[in-house]
Write a new protein. Structure first.
Lengths: 63, 708
C-alpha cells in the first residue's frame, strides 16, 4: 500500500530524497547545537515561566 | 545591585481578553447561522447581505482574526512581560494595537456582508484594510521588540521565539498575498493570475494556519501549561528542536491544498513530502505538552483548566496527523472539496485554538482580578458541553465527507455515473448537516456560559491594572560568559533570532514559489483562451462579490468521475487571465469550470431567481436581487485598464469602446431570454453573471489546438 502512495507522486525519488536531505541536514545541525547546551542553562530556561518577578504567584488560588 | 521595581500592564491583557470573548461569541454565532443555511435556505434571510457566500467569510475571518487573534495578543501581552521581567515597551502602542485591531475587525464586519472581497480565502479583506492590517502588525512588532530590548532576563524563553516567528512570518505572508492593483476605493485585482495566484494563495492559506493558529498557540502552551501544572516543560531541548523543525517544514506544505489541479506536478510532490514530514515536529510539540503533565495526571481529574489543555493538545495531535494523511493523493482524491475538510479544520479550531483559549481565560482572569473563579461547576459544564459539541460537530462532518466523496466517484457496472446529479449527494448528507449545527450550538452555549462565569468573576474581584514586580537589571555580560554555544548566544539576541527564523521560512518559500512565478514554461499557454469580454468581466466581479466560490469550485480534476460529470479536466493555460483565480476549496454545489453552454440563458435566469425552480431541493439561496439591481458600468474603463496593466492583452484604447461591446452582448442575452418569455432590461446584473457563467470553460471547446 505504501508503494502505491509514493508512486503516485510525480518525480518521486528526486523530490522525496531532496526534501529529506535538506531536512536531515537542518535537523542534524539543530540537534548538534542542542547537545552542546549545558544542563544548568537548560534548567534555568525551563524555570523561566515559573518565575513572575513578584515573589509568590499573585493568587494562591488553584482551581 | 538593587533590584528594580516595575509594573506589569494587566489592563491591556484584560482588554484583549474581553475582545476575545465578545468576538468569539459573534464569530461562532455567524458560524452557526451559515451551518443552518446549508440545510435551510430560508436562514439566508432573503437579502443579499446575509447570504452564505457573503457571511461564510465573515465567520472565518471573525473566528480566526477576531477570536483567535485577540486571544493571541492576550496571551502574548501577559506572558511576554513576565518572561522578560518588563512592562510592555509603550502603553500608547499597546492601545493603538488594541483599538486598531478592533477597528480592522469592525471594517471586516461591514465590508464582507457588502460583498467587498478579494475572494482569497482568509485574506478576503480589500486593499485599504490590508494596509491597515500591515500598519497595526508593525506596531505590534515594535511594541514586542521594544519590550524585548528593555528586558531584565537575558535569555529568551522558547515561547518568545514562537512569538517572533509568528510576527515575521505573518508579515511576509500578508504582504506577498496582498499584491493587489486597486481599481476603486474598495475593489482590486490580484497581481497574480490563475495557477500562480492559486499557489500564492495556498502558500498563504496553509501558513496562516501554521503561523496564526499554530505557532503563537504553541508559544502560549509553552508558557501557560507549566504555569497551570506548576512544573517546567517536559523537555526544553525538545521544544527547541520542535521550534526549528516546525517553522522549517510548515512553509513547504502549502501545495497540498492544490493536489490534482494544474499546479506543476513537482510543486505538488514537494508539498506532499513535506506534509508527511510535518507529523514529526507537530507530534513533538504535542508530546512535550502532554508529558509536562507526567506525575500530575491526578490534577487533571479535578482541574478543569488542565482538562481543557489535555483535550486541546489531543485535538492538535489528531488534526496534525490527519493533515498529512489528507495530503496523500489517494486520500485527498476523496476528501478534498468535501465536508471532511470542514471536520478537519474544526477539530483544530474548536479543539486546539478554542480549548487552549478557554483554559488561558479561566486561568488568567481570576489572577489579574485577584480573586477566584466565580463558578467551578459552570467551567466544568463548559468543558463537557464543549467536548460534546466538538464530537457532534466532527463525527457527522466526517460521515458527510466520506458519503459525498464516495457517491460522487461511484460508477454503475455499465460504466456510467451512479449519481450523475450532484444534488443527490447534497440531499443525502442533509441530516449530517443538521447534526453538525447541533454540535456547533453546544459549543457556542459553552462559550456563553464561560462569558457569564468570567463576567461574574471580574465583578467579584478588582482588576490589578498595574501589577507590581521586581527584578535585577541586566548587566553587560562579563567576557568569560560570552563564550558558549552558538545557540545559547542566539537565545539572547532577538534580532538575530528573527533573521534566522526569517531565513528558515524563506528557503521553502523561494524554492516553491519562484519557479512557478517566474518560469513561463511551467504554465503552458493555450491560443484559444481569450480575455473576458467587458460584460463577462463585470459578471465575474459579481460572482466574486456574491462569494460563489465559497460553494462552487472551478477546477476539474483529472478523474474519470469528474470528466464524466463536468467535462474535460482543467488546463493551466485556461486561467491565465483570471485575476484572481476562482478555483475554490469546497464543493457544496457542483464544479462550474465547464458550466458554459451546459444550460440555456433562461435556465440560469430562473435558477438564480429561485434555484428550487430548476433543481428541486437545492440548498442554494435565491439571488433575486440580481434581477432588479442595475449593473454599474462606470467601472468598466478602470477595470479594463487595470487588467491591461496586469498583462491581459486588451487592445490599446479598448477601454473607450468596452461599454459599447458590453451593451451589445447584454442586448443579445436579453433578446435570447425574451424568446423564452422572460422580459428583463439588458442593464441588470443578472445579464452580466449569465454572460460570465456561459463563458466558463468554453474557450478550449472552440479551438482545441494548443500552442506552447
Amino acid at each position: 500500500m505504501f508503494k502505491q502512495f509514493t508512486e503516485s507522486i510525480n518525480g518521486t525519488q528526486v523530490y522525496l530524497l531532496f526534501s529529506l536531505a535538506i531536512f536531515l541536514v537542518f535537523f542534524i545541525v539543530v540537534s548538534v547545537l542542542l547537545l552542546r547546551l549545558r544542563k544548568q542553562h537548560i534548567d534555568h530556561m525551563s524555570d523561566l515561566p515559573l518565575e513572575d518577578g513578584n515573589g509568590e504567584s499573585l493568587n494562591p488560588y488553584q482551581l | 545591585m538593587q533590584p528594580e521595581k516595575f509594573y506589569y500592564d494587566n489592563k491591556i491583557v484584560r482588554n484583549f481578553g474581553i475582545a476575545t470573548v465578545i468576538w468569539g461569541i459573534i464569530g461562532m454565532t455567524v458560524g452557526l447561522i451559515v451551518a443552518i443555511q446549508l440545510y435551510s435556505p430560508g436562514m439566508n434571510m432573503g437579502n443579499q447581505y446575509t447570504t452564505f457566500g457573503r457571511i461564510r467569510p465573515l465567520h472565518t475571518n471573525a473566528v480566526i482574526f477576531a477570536f483567535v487573534g485577540n486571544a493571541i495578543f492576550m496571551g502574548v501581552y501577559y506572558s511576554l512581560q513576565r518572561l522578560l521581567k518588563a512592562r510592555m515597551f509603550s502603553d500608547l502602542l499597546s492601545n493603538i494595537h488594541f483599538w486598531g485591531w478592533q477597528l480592522i475587525i469592525v471594517s471586516a464586519v461591514i465590508t464582507l456582508p457588502l460583498g467587498l472581497t478579494t475572494s482569497h480565502e482568509y485574506a478576503e479583506l480589500e486593499w485599504p484594510i490590508d494596509i491597515a492590517i500591515t500598519l497595526i502588525w508593525v506596531i505590534f512588532g515594535i511594541n514586542m521588540f521594544g519590550t524585548i530590548f528593555k528586558r531584565r532576563e537575558r535569555h529568551l524563553y522558547v515561547a518568545i521565539w514562537f512569538y517572533i516567528a509568528t510576527f515575521v512570518t505573518i508579515a511576509v505572508l500578508h504582504i506577498v498575498n496582498s499584491f493587489e492593483l486597486p481599481v476603486s476605493a474598495f475593489k482590486s485585482y490580484m497581481v497574480y493570475a490563475g495557477v500562480q495566484d492559486a499557489l500564492v494563495q495556498w502558500w498563504y492559506g496553509h501558513n496562516a494556519v501554521a503561523f496564526f493558529l499554530t505557532t503563537p498557540y504553541l508559544g502560549m502552551m509553552y508558557y501557560f501549561l507549566p504555569k497551570m501544572a506548576n512544573r517546567p516543560i517536559y523537555s526544553y531541548k525538545l521544544s527547541i528542536l520542535h521550534f526549528w523543525a516546525l517553522i522549517f517544514i510548515y512553509i513547504w506544505a502549502g501545495p497540498h491544498h492544490l493536489l490534482y489541479t494544474t499546479l506543476p506536478g513537482w510543486a505538488q510532490s514537494l508539498g506532499i513530502a513535506f506534509s508527511i514530514m510535518l507529523i514529526a515536529p507537530s507530534w513533538g510539540g504535542m508530546i512535550n505538552g502532554l508529558l509536562t503533565l507526567r506525575g500530575a495526571w491526578d490534577k487533571v481529574r479535578d482541574d478543569v483548566i488542565l482538562k481543557f489543555m489535555v483535550v486541546g493538545l489531543t485535538a492538535y495531535g489528531m488534526a496534525t496527523f490527519e493533515g498529512p494523511m489528507l495530503s496523500l493523493k489517494q486520500v485527498n482524491a476523496i476528501g478534498h472539496f468535501t465536508d471532511w475538510i470542514i471536520a478537519h479544520v474544526h477539530v483544530g479550531a474548536l479543539g486546539w485554538n478554542g480549548f487552549l483559549t478557554f483554559a488561558i481565560l479561566y486561568w488568567l482572569i481570576p489572577r489579574i482580578y485577584k480573586t477566584q473563579l466565580y463558578s467551578k461547576k459552570m467551567a466544568s459544564f463548559h468543558f463537557w458541553i464543549g467536548t460534546l459539541g466538538i464530537l457532534f460537530y466532527a463525527v457527522p462532518m466526517y460521515w458527510a465527507g466520506f458519503t459525498q466523496g464516495l457517491m460522487l466517484k461511484e460508477f454503475t457496472p455499465e460504466g456510467i455515473l451512479k449519481y450523475p446529479n450532484f444534488l443527490e449527494s447534497t440531499l443525502r448528507i442533509i441530516p449530517m448537516h443538521v447534526m453538525r449545527s447541533v454540535g456547533g450550538g453546544f459549543y457556542l452555549l459553552g462559550v456563553i456560559v464561560m462569558a457569564y462565569n468570567l463576567v461574574r468573576t471580574a465583578m467579584q474581584g478588582k482588576l490589578v491594572a498595574n501589577e507590581a514586580a521586581q527584578a535585577m537589571p541586566l548587566e553587560p555580560l562579563p567576557k568569560a560568559a560570552k563564550e558558549g554555544t552558538w545557540h545559547r548566544t542566539l537565545e539572547r539576541k532577538p534580532i538575530q533570532l528573527m533573521i534566522a527564523a526569517l531565513i528558515v521560512i524563506l528557503i521553502g518559500t523561494f524554492v516553491e514559489l519562484m519557479p512557478t512565478l517566474t518560469i513561463s514554461s511551467n504554465i503552458p499557454t493555450i491560443a484559444a483562451v481569450k480575455p473576458y469580454t467587458p460584460l463577462e468581466l463585470q459578471g465575474r466581479d459579481i460572482y466574486i462579490r456574491e462569494g460563489c466560490s465559497n460553494c462552487h469550485s472551478q477546477t476539474v480534476r483529472p478523474f474519470r468521475s469528474e470528466t464524466e460529470r463536468y467535462g474535460e479536466y482543467s488546463k493551466a493555460g485556461e486561467f491565465v487571465y483570471d485575476h484572481p483565480f476562482l478555483w475554490g476549496s469546497k464543493r457544496t454545489g457542483p464544479d462550474l469550470a465547464r458550466e458554459g453552454g451546459k444550460y440555456g440563458n433562461a435556465w440560469h435566469y430562473n435558477h438564480l431567481m429561485d434555484p428550487r425552480l430548476m433543481s428541486p431541493g437545492s440548498i442554494m439561496p435565491n439571488y433575486d436581487w440580481l434581477l432588479t439591481q442595475t449593473l454599474d458600468t462606470t467601472t468598466t474603463v478602470a477595470k479594463i485598464n487595470a487588467m491591461r496593466t496586469l498583462g491581459v492583452p486588451y487592445a490599446a484604447g479598448y477601454e473607450k469602446i468596452a461599454n459599447r461591446d458590453l451593451d451589445k452582448q447584454a442586448k443579445e442575452i436579453a433578446a435570447n431570454l425574451y424568446t423564452d418569455h422572460i422580459k428583463i432590461k439588458n442593464d441588470k446584473e443578472v445579464i452580466a453573471i449569465i454572460a460570465y457563467l456561459q463563458r466558463l470553460g468554453t474557450d478550449i471547446k472552440a479551438n482545441k489546438t494548443a500552442s506552447k
